[in-house]
Design a protein around this ligand. Structure first.
Ligand SMILES: C[S@@+](CC[C@H](N)C(=O)[O-])C[C@H]1O[C@@H](n2cnc3c(N)ncnc32)[C@H](O)[C@@H]1O
Length: 436
């Protein structure tokens, strides 16, 4: 393994802020430049990559995208830029850490074949639902059938003294328990599961009529702890509402399908990224757009315990399996293995764009993790650096900000490390169109 510089060796790498030290900002376009130390294995594109996705409305994109929020998700505008520029219709586009499925879904929307992979069962269900959706009529029939079966035999009201009882009215919980025990892995049922996890918890309305969510008042992005929820409910005098899961799911389906399903179908896997070559044909991928797990920022299991409960997976199991709790050195080894794997899967001339956020450090300037990753992988891969694009994120958009400034270690700059297999991208077409 290559020795890591900076934080791991104790040598202060970043004296100024990471952005100032590593990237000189060109004010009009805010593009970063590549520091001289990194120039050896780079290729220069005729037209550099600029974060023009920043100019596009935040609501841009197919209605499948906002089906369920997912921590550290990126907007569909980012994969769209790379898909338009570096692929043609019919090409395969992979996200090995697909999360809510943003990249593969966008690929399917644009007539490419979206390949999703994520080890987190929640991410797998969301990605699979979007890249391999059922017909709207079939999913509606299935929901009606489930509602009828429930009405015939609803079972007794559940005991609400356990953790999950803090989240729902007993009647709502009874419906959820029925669905949890009945839904299978079929295309229709996977879509219903993904739709329900998207509305499982969120903002509360006392009337119960205008909220799409099924829970007592709580954030949509992540699950509060059961103890906190009970204390909050007591303090605010909140009332649990009996909400009809079947009715709310039906309304949600209508919104999700309002523009129909994407024209192409893709595939979803639930594998460790290091095993992907066993599932995805080597040299078959034209483009990768992904954001690897952060450095100890997000606990996908714990912070999604309610959604994972519905999917029947203990959250501790998820946190044990995922690579999101590494210290820096182990993380960089993980990234070396990831990039080796992606090199294997990319077709010649294929492009790989990895979104990597800066990470806050105690009393030091933020760690430019993208640069650390590049330093760690450059000697282990033949992929060449096309660009390192700085992508400042609006403060309110950073998911970890919801806790406060200290608990979220993600910072306000993402960087996109763009790599290429070979001397130049096989496809490089401009301009990128932003028509919906
Ligand atoms: C930053 S998130 C990706 C978010 C995604 N870009 C989106 O828009 O929703 C990183 C993902 O890596 C997944 N992950 C962590 N370790 C993994 C591994 N070893 N193999 C595959 N996926 C893994 C996590 O479950 C998480 O969904």
């Amino acid at each position: 393994m290559r020795l890591i510089r900076g934080a791991s060796t104790g040598v202060p790498l970043f004296i100024l802020s990471a952005a100032d030290a590593i990237f000189g900002f060109d004010p009009p376009s805010r593009r970063g430049y590549i520091s001289p130390a990194m120039q050896a294995p780079t290729i220069k594109l005729d037209v550099p990559i600029t974060p023009e996705w920043k100019q596009v409305s935040k609501n841009w994109g197919h209605p499948f995208h906002p089906m369920c929020s997912y921590m550290a998700m990126f907007p569909p505008q980012i994969p769209h830029y790379f898909i338009q520029r570096f692929t043609r219709p019919g090409d395969r586009v992979l996200d090995p850490f697909s999360g809510r499925g943003t990249t593969p879904t966008q690929a399917c929307v644009e007539g490419r074949i979206g390949i999703a992979n994520d080890l987190n069962p929640l991410a797998y269900v969301l990605s699979k639902a979007k890249v391999d959706p059922p017909k709207e009529a079939d999913v509606r029939d299935r929901l009606a059938h489930l509602a009828a079966a429930y009405r015939e035999n609803p079972g007794s009201l559940p005991d609400t003294s356990g953790d999950i009882g803090a989240v729902f009215h007993p009647e709502t919980l009874r419906q959820l328990l029925f669905l949890k025990g009945t839904l299978s892995g079929s295309r229709e049922d996977t879509f219903i599961k993904a739709t329900i996890v998207g509305i499982l918890h969120g903002k509360y309305r006392r009337s119960g009529c205008d909220s799409i969510y099924l829970s007592i008042d709580m954030p949509n992005t992540f699950s509060m702890s059961p103890g906190y929820i009970r204390r909050y409910v007591k303090k605010k005098g909140l009332v649990y509402l009996a909400l009809d899961v079947f009715e709310k799911t039906g309304r949600r389906l209508q919104r999700l399908f309002r523009r129909g399903a994407p024209p192409s179908r893709g595939r979803a896997f639930q594998q460790d990224v290091r095993q992907l070559h066993e599932w995805v044909e080597p040299e078959s991928i034209r483009l990768v757009v992904s954001s690897p797990p952060y450095l100890k920022v997000v606990k996908y299991g714990l912070y999604n315990w309610i959604r994972l409960w519905f999917l029947g997976v203990p959250h501790e199991e998820v946190d044990r399996a995922l690579d999101d709790a590494h210290a820096l050195e182990a993380y960089l080894v993980f990234m070396q293995e990831t990039v080796e794997q992606l090199e294997r899967l990319l077709a010649p001339g294929g492009v790989c764009a990895l979104v990597i956020g800066d990470v806050a450090q105690n009393r030091q300037a933020p760690l430019n993790l993208a640069l650390e990753v590049w330093e760690a992988v450059r000697g282990h891969s033949n992929l060449r650096l096309l660009d390192l694009v700085a992508d400042p994120i609006a403060d309110h958009r950073k998911v970890t900000k919801i806790w406060n400034h200290t608990r979220g270690r993600a910072t306000a700059i993402d960087r996109i490390m763009v790599l290429c297999k070979g001397d130049r991208p096989a496809v490089d077409q401009l301009p990128v169109s932003w028509d919906s």
